[in-house]
Design a protein around this ligand. Structure first.
Ligand code: SF4
Length: 921
């Protein structure tokens, strides 16, 4: 054996040190020793880094980077859903860095904990705060909107201008011509409430956000009668089967993705369903590279397999869903008590009791006297056709929802589903088998599937899978939707602060409808043979959806805070050239010059996340924690609370100076005395500061009873309880939150018309459009070849951080569109080419990145790029327009009624198509 081939003996720690010393000695051999320095004329200096040398002050300077004189606890509110607690380090009044607080209490020893929690955007916010885009002073526009010409003004001048204009609108055109837009109360409710209270006391129109951003999953209000319910992310660890469906958690749920990946050590399998091979797909046991827009047919094909292969949970389905309820085979309407008895109720429904062989009223519906859903000895039939005698003595044929479902699912045979989705039939079968046998199973749902035009049908089809298999209401199971930070845990405290004189006295408005009607948006498609305008008129006429201002008047003023309405708006260019142009006054309250601020008339500088007092909560975890002031608001900025307080005071002064008499608001029979506005806005002087507002919310909610701002500054606190008015499960010590235990364990009725998970909607529009049951409908046809996909990305939270120096350095530094190599080849395009993306609505020009992981037939641009950030033409929303789904306009149907951010048409955008060509730049 030669020396080269001898096995190497492992080094002990001692022999390692000896070896290291020998190596060091070898390096001091002639030519390298301290005594015999090399004769290198071009190189001077000392070769021994340990020897003293004259100036070492820089080392101390370097260490001082990590010193501080104050630490504050705060967080970020960019609608990231993360809700991560951070420590912010301050030196000499300057915020120098942040660090994850990492002190969320554990739920129990068997669950992975929430620590440390954060993402790379949160880790560089201190730099963002001092960046050039930071707004420092109140500004009034001097050039055209968007031109960037401003005049620095005093707060007094800006607030006087705004007050005079808003009052002028109220007295001359009506309070409903003033509109207010802010988003996501959970991410900073005090900031939200500052403006909502102002809108409330001045009679303005308060616009929705959750449906407009298409984050609302409309299938949840339809099926469950809730806005959104999801387990907290720690509960992912309890699952044995996790389906990531349209949700790229590695990019969009950075603080929580670990719970899903760690669940694999707890026996879980992960399935990823997404057209692109993305950073979550790499963790999956099964990856479905599905054709875009075909998720619904896959779900229904799997539902058919579950039923055909007897993989459904029959007792659960009989008790918890509407599957046994009886429906007329002719009219397709539910059998109601009013059909069977003269004077009977419209909201009592029936199943066929197999034991008694007769129709029996199902307990727990909206009209039922029984406030539970216990079957109490009955055995509802799932299958069959029956005869019932009606009030007029005639006999009618009825069947079950389950029978109708089975018939409908016959359209989704395995071969057809495989062909349409582009997936192998045997893998779909395998998926159905695992979903039906691995318990508990959950779907983690995201915007990838929720942003389609038929998102309600897609949601309902997905929920059907987890309901048929008995997974809803169980830890580790269910349909869990995480898009947006819509949930505010201390909800009742929040509502009392946001709309003090009760929500009934507020003009609420669905923003999708408002933006569509008040602009030149036009959807050329027909739905059931009719244009969408017909459905809109009917809906408004029937009082299903509100439309403000009334009587054909136009909005005149728009106040936006904590949001980037214009940049994020579907049909951005259409809105800019119509709705936006028609507004006399646009006010933006912001800590940075984003697109909306740039295109405004008056810009008011707001405090950033580290310069104010507020609270933060999310559906991703069950804790509350604060924003804190690491330093006072920078430059001339103020907190949102202080801004609206100052505006209320200014408006009171202006109203007094003008001698304005109270305005009689006939809609609410409310005499609005604007000379008293500041007094009303502060709760008659009781809530003047941000901290008082925080404590008001905490004290007025079951979830936070006994907590105050000081306590949550010390450490994040887990919620104490849940208000049964707002929630569907208790908070249990040692148990991760998951919804619908009230229904599954306590047998309380579901919040739907029929008191069960309601898959059958017998509203006339649903029946006419063929959507009474979850069915598959193709995406709305568009004539261009490539789907325009604009998902949430890794390097920004919406438009926030999009312009952060550090985030831009992690990508190509400007807007890019991703395309599959085959699509690029067909068009003669090379990586990094400037390309023009276009369709009938508009165009944008940016760089191309060729990505093998992208799906052919689709191009992707991560959303949120500001209009001014590196496009040669247009922006990512230049290609979109507003398309309203008619079924989302219904109301006055049991549990389906307009409610701000709960029910109303969504601003979907995934069905848009484009083409791409080389750009001439
Ligand atoms: S941006 Fe969101 S996810 Fe990132 S650290 Fe902040 S709160 Fe957490």
């Amino acid at each position: 054996m030669s020396d080269e081939t001898k096995p190497i003996k492992p080094l002990s720690r001692r022999s390692f040190i000896q070896t290291a010393a020998m190596t060091a000695a070898a390096l001091t051999l002639p030519g390298c020793s301290r005594k015999q320095k090399p004769e290198l004329t071009t190189l001077t200096g000392d070769f021994d880094p340990l020897r003293s040398y004259p100036y070492r002050g820089w080392e101390d300077f370097y260490r001082k980077i990590w010193t501080w004189d104050k630490v504050a606890r705060s967080t970020h509110s960019a609608n990231c859903t993360g809700s991560c607690s951070w420590k912010v380090y301050v030196r000499n009044g300057v915020m120098v860095r942040e660090e994850q607080a990492a002190d969320y209490p554990r739920i129990n020893e068997d669950l992975p904990d929430y620590n440390p929690r954060g993402c790379q955007k949160g880790g560089c916010f201190t730099e963002y705060v001092y960046s050039p885009q930071r707004l420092r002073y109140p500004l009034i526009r001097t050039g055209a909107r968007g031109e960037g010409k401003w005049r620095r003004v005093t707060w007094d001048e800006a607030l006087t201008l705004i007050s005079e204009k808003l009052l002028d609108n109220i007295y001359n055109y009506g309070p409903d011509t003033n509109s207010y837009f802010s988003v996501i109360p959970a991410m900073s409710p005090v900031s939200f409430c500052a403006g909502s209270r102002f809108a409330h006391y001045t009679g303005g129109v308060f616009l929705s956000f959750y449906d407009w951003y298409c984050d609302l999953p409309p299938g949840e209000p339809l099926t469950w009668g809730v806005q959104t319910e999801a387990c907290e992310c720690a509960d992912w660890f309890n699952a044995k089967y996790i389906v990531l469906w349209g949700s790229n958690i590695s990019q969009t749920r950075i603080p929580d993705a670990h719970f899903a990946y760690e669940a694999r050590y707890n026996g879980a399998k992960i399935v990823c369903i997404s057209p692109d091979y993305n950073s979550s797909a790499i963790h999956a046991d099964l990856y479905f590279r599905i054709n875009p827009g075909t998720d619904g047919i896959l779900a229904l094909g799997v539902a058919k397999l579950l039923i055909d292969d007897n993989l459904i949970d029959v007792p659960y389905v009989k008790e918890q869903t509407d599957m046994p309820l009886l429906v007329f085979t002719g009219s397709k309407r539910f059998l109601r008590e009013s059909d069977l008895k003269a004077g009977g109720k419209q909201d009592v429904f029936y199943f066929w009791d197999s034991k008694q062989q007769r129709a029996v009223a199902a307990p727990g519906s909206m009209g039922s006297d029984q406030k539970h859903i216990k079957l109490e000895g009955s055995d509802p039939a799932l299958n069959g056709v029956f005869q019932v005698q009606l009030a007029d003595g005639k006999t009618a044929e009825v069947t079950t929802v389950f029978e109708l479902l089975k018939k409908s699912l016959n359209d989704y045979a395995l071969d057809k589903v495989a062909a349409q989705t582009g997936l192998p039939a045997h893998e779909i079968k395998h998926f159905a088998h695992d979903l039906g046998t691995r318990k508990p199973a959950m779907i983690i749902h995201g915007a990838g599937t929720n942003h389609w035009f038929h998102n309600d049908l897609i949601n309902r089809s997905f929920i059907l899978l987890v309901a048929l298999t008995g997974n809803v209401g169980k830890n580790g199971g269910g349909f869990n939707h995480y898009v947006g930070q819509e949930r505010i845990w201390p909800e009742q405290g929040f509502f009392k602060l946001a709309f003090p004189e009760t929500r009934k006295k507020q003009r609420f408005q669905n923003t999708t409808l408002w933006s569509y009607v008040h602009s030149t948006n036009h959807d050329p498609h027909l739905y059931g043979g009719k244009p969408i305008d017909w459905y809109i008129q009917e809906s408004v006429k029937n009082g299903w959806m509100p439309l403000w201002p009334k009587d054909g008047r136009k909005p005149r003023a728009f106040v936006v805070w904590r949001a980037n309405y214009l940049n994020q708006a579907k049909g951005n260019e259409i809105l800019e050239s119509s709705l936006w142009k028609d507004l006399d006054l646009i006010v933006d309250i912001n800590y940075r010059m984003d697109t909306t601020a740039l295109y405004s008339d008056v810009v008011l500088p707001a405090a950033s996340y580290y310069e104010k007092v507020d609270i933060n909560s999310t559906d991703c975890h069950s804790y509350i924690h604060p924003f804190g002031k690491a330093c006072e608001p920078l430059f001339e900025s103020k907190t949102d609370w202080d801004i609206f307080h100052a505006l209320a005071e200014k408006m009171s002064q202006v109203a007094s100076a003008k001698g304005l008499k109270p305005y009689h608001d006939a809609a609410f029979d409310w005499n609005r005395d604007f000379t008293q506005l500041a007094h009303d806005w502060t709760g008659k002087g009781a809530i003047k500061t941000d901290e008082e507002a925080v404590n008001f919310i905490l004290a007025n909610a079951e979830e936070t009873k006994g907590m105050d701002y000081k306590l949550i500054q010390e450490q994040p606190q887990r919620f104490k309880a849940t208000d049964p008015e707002s929630w569907n499960s208790p908070i249990e010590p040692g148990v991760a939150y998951t919804p619908f235990k009230f229904q599954l364990v306590d047998k309380k009725p579901w919040r739907t018309l029929v008191g069960r998970q309601q898959f059958y909607i017998d509203h006339p529009w649903y029946i006419e459009l063929g959507e009474a049951l979850p069915v598959f409908k193709e995406p709305v046809p568009e004539k261009y070849p490539l789907y325009w996909n604009t998902p949430h990305g890794r390097w920004s939270i919406h438009s926030t951080w999009r312009d952060h120096r550090a985030m831009l350095r992690l990508q190509r530094g400007g807007p890019i569109v991703y395309m599959h190599p085959d699509d690029a080849r067909k068009r003669g395009l090379q990586d990094n080419d400037w390309v023009r993306i276009h369709n009938e609505v508009g165009a944008c020009v940016c760089r191309l990145q060729i990505l093998p992981g992208e799906k052919p037939g689709r191009v992707t641009m991560y959303h949120g790029w500001e209009k001014y950030l590196g496009f040669q033409q247009g922006g990512w929303q230049s290609l979109t327009y507003i398309k309203i789904n008619p079924t989302q306009l219904i109301g006055k149907y049991g549990h389906v009624n307009f409610r701000l951010n709960y029910w109303g048409p969504t601003g979907n955008n995934r069905d848009i198509k484009v083409d791409v060509e080389k750009a001439k730049v």
